[in-house]
Every structure is written in C-alpha cells, then in structure tokens.
Design a binder for this molecule. Structure first.
Ligand code: FE2
Length: 349
C-alpha cells in the first residue's frame, strides 16, 4: 500500500477534519504541526461527541495508508499543542481484523482500555489482551503493535509523554516484520512474576527506571481502591491508589504517575493543587470538577485536563471511578514537584 502524506489524507475529507478540530482533536494519521496560542487551559474532551468521530474514521482512513499508522485521535489543548505541555492524550480504536504496524520509540505510552472485544497489543514478543479498565504500559524502547482478532472494535485511551520527549529529541524506529509471540502463557511474564502485591521474587531488580510490570488488570485496581475506601474517606481524594513499580515501590513510569480514584456518590472533595499537569479519565460515573472557580461537568468516558498549580475539587453525582495521571515523575528529580491543599473557606473554592 502507498504511504500517503498527512496533507493528502486531510484533503480527502476536509469537512471531517474540521469537525475533529471543533472538538479539540485531530487525526493522528493526518497530524498538522502544532501552533501554541497561549498557556494551556483546563478542558473536558467529551466521549459521547468524540467516539462517533472515532468510529467514522473507518470511512476516511484505511490502516497502512499513513506513516503514523494508528487509528487515533489526538486530544489537543484549545490553546494549542498536546493535551498539556508534557502529555499527548488521545483515543484509539482498532476494528476487528485490523493491524497497527510494529514500531518503537523513546516516548512512553500508557493505555487505559475503555472497552470492546478482541483488542490486543504485542510488546517485545508478549501478547497483552486489552480488557476493559486495564492499564497497559508501553515504556520507552519497547517494540509494540496492535491487533484485533475479536468481533467488536476495541477502544482505549492513550497517554504519551510525546510532548515532553519531543522537546529533547524523539527517536523512532519502524519494523517491517510482524512480531512473533514467543511467550507461551496467557498472562505476560511480569504478571506471573509479580503475581501478588506485597510479595517479590527474591533478587528482583527493575531493569529500567520504568516498571517491569506492564499490565495492571482492572479487577485488581477496583479491588484495591474499594478496599481502601473501607478504611476511610480522604476529604480531598476520597479513595485513591497508585499503580506502582512493584520492585521500587515508586511511580510506574519515569514520566507519568498513574492512579485509580473512587468517589462515592455525593462526594464533594476539598480543593488541592499541584505543580504540573493532570489528566482525569472518567472510567464510569458522573459529576463535575471546579477548576480555578469554573465548573466542568463530566460523565463516563470523558477526559479532563487540570493545568499547573490550579485549585481543583471533584464532585460526584454517582459512584465514580477516575483514572488519574500526572507528570510528577518528571518534576520530582529536580525538586520541582509540590502539592498543596486548600485550608481556607472549609477547603472549598
Ligand atoms: Fe507507538
């Protein structure tokens, strides 16, 4: 198949790409150079508006036509650039029978699976089945491709550190070969190696600064955060657990920290702020977040970006699960990470 440039692909369906832009998104396969218009602002990308555009992509793009061979929509900040200065969030789908070519790069990606059937990613010869609510890490340098041998599309959220890594020079390498799955078991090796929290194989070492465990199943995250809630509610976060590197106990990647947060129905958290940028993906539930005094409503599937050093407080209409990610690992080594909670006015804005 001939590889087309981004402009050709965009000119094929200008009205479609205009609708994407109106939703603060762009097609990854027809990426336009970003223009920064101002400081990053808080924004909610609405799943119910964006998912139909994602599904419509099948009319406008065939896998294999573009250099950037991913059926993905980038979430763009309304003031330009990625979703934040350190992160490029987005949504990706793979339809039954489709295959996204193998490549690797110096940027890392984290995938939070929204749902579907048959989706998988192969990473360094091991197959990771994409189950709803799973977090799958693709750290820097790992060969990865995606496929779907099921009956329904599989949809997931991508959070890459592309914006940060590009600043220092991005490396990328494509492969002409389809990865062979060489690991014979259904579960990836690291999930067999680190099978129980609180227990490590003797002599465990983390080969890189990133976690050696790449799959964090939904069932474990849900059980952990529900259990924590039984211990008591935090007035700011309600209940929140971090996906960690099981060997070091630290963040699971060198550039992004990931968390699962559970808000009980009716919870109104007190306000907090941190240096850096946070993304909140609503796994399920509904409510709103007050950011710098402005209300942002959200529901299942939506993604919210909270800017640097900005007060925010979550309010849940229903029981709500939030996949939270922020860039604190980038700032901590330089002493630039700081968090603060609001103590005045009862902790509310
Ligand atoms: Fe990639």
């Amino acid at each position: 198949m001939t590889i087309l440039d981004a402009r050709t692909l965009m000119d094929r369906a200008p009205e479609y790409h205009a609708r994407l832009n109106a939703m603060a998104t762009e097609a990854l396969w027809a990426h336009d150079p970003w223009v920064i218009k101002g400081p990053p602002v808080a924004h909610v990308w609405r799943y119910k508006d964006i998912l139909p555009l994602m599904m419509e992509s099948k009319i406008h793009y065939t896998m294999g036509e573009a250099e950037e061979d991913r059926r993905a929509l980038n979430y763009l900040n309304p003031n330009g650039g990625g979703s934040s200065p350190t992160c490029l969030a987005g949504i990706q789908v793979i339809f039954p029978g489709e295959f996204a070519d193998c490549h690797r790069h110096s940027a890392s990606a984290c995938r939070f699976v929204v749902g579907g059937d048959g989706g998988f990613t192969v990473q360094d010869g091991q197959r990771y089945t994409m189950g709803a609510g799973d977090l799958i890490l693709t750290p820097s340098w790992i060969w990865h491709d995606h496929g779907n041998d099921g009956k329904e599309p599989t949809v997931w959220m991508d959070y890459t550190d592309m914006m940060f890594i590009s600043w220092g020079g991005l490396f990328r390498e494509d492969s002409d070969e389809i990865q062979q799955v060489t690991w014979p078991h259904k579960l990836p090796e690291s999930n067999m190696r680190f099978a129980a929290s609180g227990m490590l194989p003797v002599g465990s070492q983390s080969p890189t600064v990133n976690s050696p465990q790449l799959l964090y199943p939904w069932a474990q995250a849900e059980a952990a955060v529900r259990s924590l809630l039984q211990v008591g509610q935090d007035p700011y976060d309600c209940a929140m657990v971090e996906y960690i590197n099981p060997v070091t106990g630290g963040h699971c990647t060198a550039t992004q920290a990931h968390y699962m947060q559970l808000l009980v129905k009716g919870f109104h958290g007190k306000a907090r702020r941190r240096t850096g940028y946070s993304h909140c993906h609503i796994v399920r539930g509904s409510g709103y977040t007050i950011i710098a005094g402005q209300r942002f409503d959200w529901e299942s599937g939506d993604t919210l970006m909270i800017p640097n050093w900005t007060w925010y407080e979550h309010v849940a209409h229903d029981e709500t699960f939030i996949h939270h990610t922020n860039d604190s690992p980038i700032r901590e080594p330089f002493g630039l990470h700081r968090e603060e909670v609001l103590t005045e006015n009862g902790g509310h804005q």
